[in-house]
Design a protein around this ligand. Structure first.
Ligand code: 5GP
Length: 195
């Protein structure tokens, strides 16, 4: 069994509403050993493509994204959920993203200066649920005239429609772990084969 599946089984807590909490090692307290494994797996899968930039959304995508960026030796760009005072609205690419876990919509943004039509972008995130965060980033990349090289997800909840939505857009999704079902009552997790 893979390192990530083992940690999910040992430390994961399932909340009502199909939310899996694994913040003891992935997205709040972060285990560098797990990050190193994640980085290597994404690099092995995507290293045959041209990649000029790694993108994610703050905050929980930043840790895996910076690790992957270091391996590819390219910059990591994250979309912010609040407009910094130094960024004028017309100088940013923006997208509306509905947060599944927080049940709020935010306008995510990146400065236009940091994306251009020569970029080939690998999108990285901690979870894939309904595909909102990834679709927001895809829209930003496309608005800049750049190309999405692929989407790397640490934990995909395959019973939610995110992957289907992204694949309909012709995008290549690689998930380290795919979850077929979670049950908050029995605290049971079933994995799905493949990536
Ligand atoms: P999506 O945008 O695909 O609907 O959801 C992905 C985003 O929501 C991720 O960036 C992640 O932060 C958050 N998310 C979705 N499902 C879960 C979950 O089960 N557990 C945690 N911790 N975060 C989730």
């Amino acid at each position: 069994m893979s390192y990530l599946k083992e940690r999910i089984l040992e430390e994961g807590v399932i909340y009502p509403g199909n939310v899996l909490k694994i913040d003891s090692f992935l997205n709040h307290q972060i285990d560098p050993g797990v990050m190193k494994e994640i980085e290597k797996e994404f690099y092995d899968h995507f290293s045959d493509r041209r990649i000029t930039k790694i993108m994610t959304v703050e905050a929980s995508g930043i840790a895996p994204a910076i690790m992957v960026a270091a391996h590819f030796d390219v910059p990591m760009l994250f979309a912010k959920k609040k407009k910094p005072s130094t960024l004028k609205a017309e100088e940013a690419y923006t997208a509306e993203v509905y947060s599944y876990t927080k049940q709020t919509t935010s306008t995510v943004m990146v400065p236009k200066d940091y994306l251009n039509k020569e970029d080939a972008v690998l999108i990285i995130d901690d979870f894939l649920a309904n595909g909102e965060a990834s679709m927001g980033l895809v829209q930003i990349v496309r608005d800049a005239g750049a190309k999405v090289a692929g989407i790397g997800i640490c934990v995909e909840k395959s019973f939610q429609p995110g992957r289907e939505r992204l694949e309909k857009e012709g995008l290549d999704v690689y998930s380290i772990v795919r979850i077929e079902s979670i049950d908050s009552k029995n605290q049971e997790i079933k994995f799905k084969e493949g990536h």
